[in-house]
Write a protein that binds this ligand. Structure first.
Ligand code: ARG
Length: 412
């Protein structure tokens, strides 16, 4: 009986040549698995290509809702942006793909799973760590990493083997799902080169965006977006809708130098309209309903959460522990944020919530104020106490007259 491997198949260059390698060099029957994470691919043609490249069996599974509810929503609650910039779109998809690989491998009685990652990126770590945590008996094979081929060599190999490759896959390395589109390689490997327009598919060039601002209202319940412009929406549709609105208004491009896990600094460009809009809206709402202490502490938790996910440790118990805290804060994060989008930029222009800690009577400068200003005198006295004493010890300008300067010297 021949051995079986289940390969995560995207239809792109790396995974297409992987089918042939697993077959020829490892002697495996290759079962291919393509997951629909909202990447808007032609799944019929991907299936066709899998068989053309040598697969014995192919699965296409729609995991969009599972992706949104179990991966994207926790990341919104965590305001997750790696290095303050990247909404983790690719990073969040990997552990789900790994989980499905394990499920199909167990169902098929396969002895191994495989993926098309190179040895230079983060994705290999995310796949390998997750698979091995979920089923340590499965062998994990990464043919591209093992053969250490360049993209050009792979293209050549594919051509010589008659493996069909889509033309557009030759310039950039793209990874796409509902939460974002990651663009790497080609001309943007030079960090001084502005990404050419052809690299983008979701976000319109600012020059071609509407001349009037657009307002979008997002409702959250328990930290999760549930409606746009007053209309309740399916969790997947809501994100698709915001990707569309953001993209039309030129909003959603992230372009930065990113520190990969393996030590490489890499130019990464993303199209992530819904992610940027939702995280900003969510954060604004949190500012209204959480206390200063909660917000401060949560910022540290968020950074740790994003790092664990970025670095491939989705299965690390600490991630779940952090979510224990995050989820406890989110029960109050319900309400509405209003966003204004215009020519590639956006900001939150309004927020309202039943759980808001904002008290007009305390904040107002008018005579309606209920804030007792006299109480501030004692507060300020004690607030600066230690700093004042320290300045005495330092002997600097802390004590009046210490500098010995005359008024003319100070003013002149
Ligand atoms: N740098 C991003 C990450 O590590 C994007 C990776 C994109 N992957 C790809 N195969 N093009 O999450």
């Amino acid at each position: 009986m021949s051995k079986t491997v289940v390969l995560a198949y995207s239809g792109g260059l790396d995974t297409s040549v992987s089918i042939r390698w697993l077959n020829e060099k490892f002697g495996y029957d290759v079962v291919t698995l393509t997951l629909d994470l909202g990447q808007k691919d032609d799944f019929a043609s991907i299936e066709k290509r899998a068989y053309q490249a040598g697969a014995v069996k192919h699965y296409t599974v729609d995991v969009k809702h599972e992706f949104v509810e179990h991966y994207v929503h926790p990341s919104i609650k965590a305001n997750a942006l790696y290095q303050g910039k990247y909404p983790l779109s690719t990073a969040l998809g990997r552990p789900l793909i790994a989980k499905k690989l394990v499920e199909v491998a167990e169902y098929e009685g396969a002895e191994a799973v495989a993926h098309g990652c190179t040895g230079k990126g983060n994705d290999q770590v995310r796949f390998d760590v997750t698979v091995r945590a979920l089923n340590p008996d499965l062998r994990v094979i990464a043919p591209v990493r093992e053969f250490n081929m360049t993209r050009d060599e792979e293209l050549e190999y594919a051509a010589s083997m008659g493996i069909p490759i889509e033309h557009k896959s030759s310039v950039y390395s793209i990874d796409q799902n509902l939460w974002g589109r990651s663009i790497e390689g080609g001309p943007i490997e030079d960090p001084y080169v502005e990404p050419p327009q052809e690299a983008f598919e979701w976000v319109r060039p600012v020059e071609e965006t509407p001349d009037k601002p657009v307002y979008v209202e997002v409702d959250f319940e328990g930290g999760v977006p549930i409606a746009v412009d007053g209309e309740r929406m399916d969790s997947v549709k809501l994100i698709e809708h915001l990707n569309m609105v953001g993209g039309l208004n030129g909003v959603g491009i992230v372009d930065h130098l990113e520190d990969r896990l393996v030590g490489i600094k890499s130019r990464e460009v993303y199209e992530v309209p819904a992610a940027l809009l939702l995280i900003e809206a969510h954060r604004a709402l949190e500012k209204s309903v959480l206390t200063r202490w909660e917000l401060d502490f949560k910022t540290d938790v968020e950074k740790e959460w994003a790092w664990l996910v970025y670095s491939g440790l989705w299965v690390e118990p600490l991630r779940m522990d952090l979510e224990g805290f995050i989820n406890a804060t989110q029960t109050r994060v319900s309400g509405r944020a209003r966003l204004k989008l215009f020519k590639g930029s956006f900001r939150v222009v309004g927020v309202s919530s039943e759980n808001s800690l904002y008290r007009p009577a305390l904040a107002t400068y008018s005579s309606a104020s209920s804030f007792d200003q006299k109480a501030s005198v004692g507060f300020v006295e004690l607030w600066g106490l230690q700093s004042r004493v320290a300045n005495e010890v330092l002997g600097g300008n802390g004590k009046s007259g210490r500098s010995g300067k005359k008024a003319e010297q100070v003013l002149g």
